[in-house]
Ligand binder design. Structure first.
Ligand code: NAD
Ligand code: ZN
Length: 379
């Protein structure tokens, strides 16, 4: 089959590799119809992780079930399914509590398992024609009849829609709250959309990227260009000097200095400033435990220059980590089905798998107009 493989820093290639197959009785085999490029793929693409060369990337996947193992009895051949990026077993203590991002079976001794991800188990990614799904009955979200018609919406349930929603949950956002979101990348935009779905009174989105801010404004958010001024000061000014009720970090460590300045992980300090005392802060942007390829000296060791004293003094709370996609995807699918949520609105490029290496380069540069790339391996 054709697949996108990691070949070293800033080098991904389309190669012919052995077909994915059913390996265990609990597996499901999916023919991928849509697979996205994510900001998380860029940590590996930039060579800042232990990603092995030759591995297939891609954790935002959906497609059609074409074979099931002998122990699979819920999912059927022909079902259209969306696959949460976290791989869970369904029966460990974490999975039983809904914390599928921290499954104790699929990647023992580490923080969860995912497709095509460094440090998250040996699982191949879905930027390919076929994908093996472990514990298929548990991990496949079977989609309703409008799966093909709304494919570009449903595929966002694999990661960024639940992740954006998770950011607002970690921030303990409530209806009526004003919300400060750092990052207008796909995840930040999904956090903004989720905040509105949950009844936010106002949403402030901070990013130096003008076209991404324009998308946030189209959703009804107030865009704040952090290059033209101090974003936190602007948010305070717009909230009678108090700060937003809660905030979301949707940036993570960024190597990209396209905006003419190094980004020394200041988003956390900015959020502490932009959020009012006792407000919640949800951090879904990724900070790696080790980042030898980082430009920032502290980040190389997974450390952050963070004003903890300010956070403590303001009595704020922080929630961290990857989204437990299964905790949200069923409910969010209903919003898509009912026409109440349209996450596809942020897609900038719909390309074939062959065009993926070029798309990685442009998305990594955060080139103008390249907001969210989805790939169609069958086309
Ligand atoms: P992205 O990395 O392109 O988005 C980051 C955005 O932040 C960009 O638009 C960039 O211009 C902006 N930015 C950079 N520096 C900034 C600063 N100082 N202040 C404000 N904005 C700044 O793509 P993405 O897909 O949206 O990913 C965002 C982050 O979310 C990444 O770290 C990714 O790994 C992470 N992520 C986490 C989860 C999870 O489960 N926790 C899931 C998916 C993605
Ligand atoms: Zn992702």
């Amino acid at each position: 089959m054709k697949a996108l493989v990691y070949n070293g820093p800033c080098d991904v290639q389309i190669k012919n590799v052995p077909d994915a197959t059913i390996e265990k009785p609990t597996d499901v085999l999916v023919r991928i119809t849509t697979t996205n490029i994510c900001g998380s793929d860029l940590h590996m693409y930039e060579g800042r992780t232990s990603m092995e060369t030759g591995r297939i990337l891609g954790h935002e996947n959906m497609g059609e079930v074409i074979a099931v193992g002998k122990a699979v009895d819920r999912v059927k051949v022909g079902d259209m399914v969306c696959l949460p990026f976290n791989i869970g077993c369904g029966f460990c203590e974490s999975c039983e509590r809904g914390l599928t991002g921290f499954c104790l079976t699929c990647n023992p001794g580490s923080a969860g398992a995912a497709y095509g991800f460094a440090g998250m188990g040996p699982y191949s990614g879905g930027q390919a024609e076929l994908l093996r799904v472990p514990y298929g009955d548990f991990n496949c979200l079977v989609l309703p009849k409008d799966a093909q018609e709304k494919e570009n919406d449903y595929v966002m349930l694999s990661d960024i829609f639940p992740t954006g929603y998770h950011a607002t949950e970690l921030a303990q956002m409530k209806p009526g709250d004003s919300v400060a979101i750092y990052g207008a990348g796909p995840v930040g935009l999904m956090a903004a959309m989720s905040a509105f779905l949950k009844g936010a009174s106002r949403v402030f989105v901070v990013d130096p990227n003008k076209d991404r801010l324009a998308l946030a404004e189209k959703m009804g958010a107030i865009g704040i260009n952090d290059i033209e001024g101090d974003g936190a000061a602007q948010i305070k000014e717009l909230t009678d000097g108090q700060g937003a009720d809660c905030g979301c970090e949707c940036v993570g460590y960024q190597c990209c200095d396209k905006h003419g300045k190094e980004v020394p992980n200041l988003t956390m300090n900015n959020l502490v400033e932009a959020v009012k005392p006792t407000g919640g802060i949800g951090v879904v942007g990724v900070f790696l435990p080790e980042d030898p390829g980082a430009k920032d000296e502290l980040a190389k060791e997974g450390k952050l220059a963070f004003d903890y004293g300010k956070l403590w003094f303001k009595g704020q709370r922080i929630g961290n980590g990857q989204a437990n996609v299964k905790a949200y995807n069923r409910s969010l699918a209903k919003l898509i089905h009912a026409g109440r949520a349209k996450p596809s609105q942020i897609i900038s490029h719909e390309l074939s798998l062959d065009e993926a290496p070029h798309a990685y380069k442009k998305f990594d540069e955060r080139a103008d107009g390249w907001t969210k790339v989805i790939l169609k391996p069958g086309q």
